[in-house]
Design a protein around this ligand. Structure first.
Ligand code: ADP
Ligand code: MG
Length: 354
């Protein structure tokens, strides 16, 4: 409609469009003019909806104007018609409704159940930690839980002596990464307790001592399981996958690129778990830094399919373990080029209070 539109135009257009079988939803916009009365326009819209004979079709209205428009909007809301004081909010309301419907369809028609998983093994690790009075899992335990759900983690061993660490490093192959394993130190680098790119036997011994020393300096009463020795994953694109068991939504998954993208730019996206791999690909496309995964400045595209698989499995896991897992993350997950897969190098699980 144009600025010519008066009460009858609003009435007829609303009634005709609302009843039309090709129309799935309606947004009616109005801006106060010298020749129209907002209350009358509101009534015209309301009558149009009533007289269309249709019920339950989405509609959103927006009035832009002064006090009289405010009153007319309040009147529409009282009469059950969602009304907003900015046109973009009215359009967003319908868009959100459509998105919600799309998600619901997706959940119903394309479920995702990973194969070859072992939830019982995961629950055993968790109940063992609980029996020791712990509220969080160590990286090694969390990685075992992840593995039980088919997630790709860097193989990790626990050394309780320098000699053991050396034997493990030789078995894994240099270079290796070494980290503290303690239920009391969840942010290991803050404690100076993560050492990467360790290339020699001497360096393994030296770092074993250094990691223990730094950890005890950081937290003198920390309980220490030992030192993890693990494969050093080659560097590629770092992303973060996490979960929170939300009081309202239940288990939710979070995804974003690692480093400054998540810490400074908060460029992350969320879903209510579980999700399927189609949804997991959508998540990768909707972050602002999505181009990095597609490959920028001559870099090859990243393995988005493998990452989608990890996201869907992760969501499945936190949904399946929602009575046990309050919060978790895989930070970082390293994403290689197309066809080369994904590696989770760090894992964290915080247990629910029981
Ligand atoms: P935390 O998050 O507890 O400080 P991480 O295990 O995430 O400790 O290690 C810190 C950083 O070290 C990681 O963000 C990653 O860049 C690097 N890193 C850790 N483990 C590996 C590994 N196995 N291979 C390659 N890099 C690693
Ligand atoms: Mg980490």
């Amino acid at each position: 409609m144009t600025g010519m539109a008066g009460n009858e135009w609003y009435y007829e257009t609303t009634q005709f469009s609302y009843a039309h079988p090709w129309v799935d939803g309606l947004v009616v916009l109005y801006c106060e003019t010298a020749v129209t009365v907002p209350e009358e326009i509101a009534q015209a819209i309301y009558r149009g909806v009533q007289d269309s004979g249709v019920t339950g079709k989405p509609i959103a209205v927006s009035f832009v104007g002064g006090e009289r428009s405010d009153k007319a909007m309040a009147w529409l809301i009282e009469h059950g018609i969602p009304t907003y004081n900015a046109p973009d909010n009215a359009v967003k309301a319908l868009a959100t409704l459509r998105e919600d419907y799309r998600m619901e369809q997706m959940r119903q028609t394309d479920g995702y159940t990973p194969e070859g998983i072992n939830p019982a093994a995961a629950r055993e690790i968790i109940s063992r930690a609980r029996s020791l009075g712990r509220s969080a899992l160590t990286e090694i335990e969390a990685k075992r839980v992840f593995t039980s759900y088919g997630l790709p983690v860097t193989p990790t061993d626990l050394a309780v002596s320098e000699d053991e660490a050396v034997a493990m490093a030789e078995k894994i192959g240099f270079p290796v990464v070494m980290k503290i394993v303690s239920p009391d130190i969840l942010h290991k680098s803050d404690a100076g307790a993560v050492k990467v790119n360790i290339k020699t036997v001497d360096a393994v011994r030296e770092n074993y001592r250094l990691i223990l020393e730094n950890s005890l300096n950081y937290k003198s009463d920390a309980f220490i399981d030992g030192v993890a020795v693990q494969e050093m994953a080659p560097w590629a694109t770092e992303v973060i996958v996490g979960s929170v068991n939300d009081a309202t939504f239940g288990p939710t998954v979070m995804f974003g690129l690692g480093g400054i993208f998540v810490e400074v730019l908060k460029d992350v996206t969320f879903r209510v778990a579980p999700i399927n791999t189609v949804e997991a690909l959508t998540m990768q496309d909707e972050i602002k830094s999505a181009a990095i995964l597609r490959g920028v400045r001559g870099e090859k595209p990243r393995d988005k399919q493998a990452l989608a698989d990890v996201l869907a499995k992760y969501a499945y896991m936190v949904h399946d373990l929602r009575d046990e897992v309050a919060e978790s993350d895989a930070n970082p997950v390293i994403v290689y080029e197309e066809g080369k897969g994904v590696k989770i190098v760090d894992a964290r699980i915080i247990l629910t209070k029981k």
